[in-house]
Unconditional design. Structure first.
Ligand code: FES
Length: 194
């Protein structure tokens, strides 16, 4: 059967195109070059945008929230904000801690232990976003006297999701536990969120 090379008349120099396609090393180079040029163009355009989108140190600092825990007694909580979202800070009682620890994590819809949701040595401090993971309502339960639902944590009045004392989803349509943001203790009585 005739091949492309066979089709070049004797004595004539082969069509340069045929050379290209029949030399794997050149073909690879051309393919790489064909890909590299558009990519280089994209990098040249996108890089300045990415640089501009990187938050500066002062913007990052503004997006952190320092919380004074010294006035929050066991059984109390406060609602504050973090990056424009409501944030719950709760000082759990020994009873609330025991209730959370009595539940096997594997039995939960979103399996997490209280230990995994708090910092070592500070498991009484439960810090979560105050945003129901169903459709984003603010659950009740942070203030004394509010409905805390069947599991003693938070109750979402929008569609009835119920969270336990570790703010883990126990009943209702919410798919996930209330999210725990990044935070660290900066002293025994203050935390920096973000
Ligand atoms: Fe909370 Fe629907 S938004 S249950």
């Amino acid at each position: 059967m005739a091949t492309v090379d066979d089709a070049v008349p004797a004595g004539e120099s082969p069509d340069p195109y045929h050379e290209v396609v029949s030399d794997p090393r050149r073909r690879d180079f051309l393919n790489i070059a064909a890909v590299a040029f558009p990519v280089a163009g994209v990098v040249a355009v996108v890089a300045p945008l990415v640089y501009q989108m990187n938050p500066s140190a002062d913007v990052l600092a503004q997006s952190s929230t320092e919380i004074d825990l010294s006035k929050i007694e066991p059984g109390q909580g406060v609602i504050t904000s973090f990056r424009k979202q409501p944030l719950f800070v709760r000082n759990l009682t020994p009873k609330e801690i025991a209730e959370a620890e009595a539940v096997p994590a594997a039995s939960l819809r979103d399996p997490q232990t209280l230990e995994q949701r708090t910092k070592e040595g500070h498991k009484n401090w439960l810090i979560t976003l105050a945003v129901c993971t169903h459709l984003g309502c603010i659950p009740l339960g942070i203030s004394e006297g509010e409905n805390r639902g069947k599991f003693g944590g938070y109750f979402c009045p929008c569609h009835g999701s119920q969270y336990d004392t570790a703010a883990r989803i126990r009943q209702g349509p919410a798919p996930k536990n209330l999210p725990v943001p990044d935070y660290k203790f900066t002293s025994p009585t203050s935390v920096l969120v973000g």
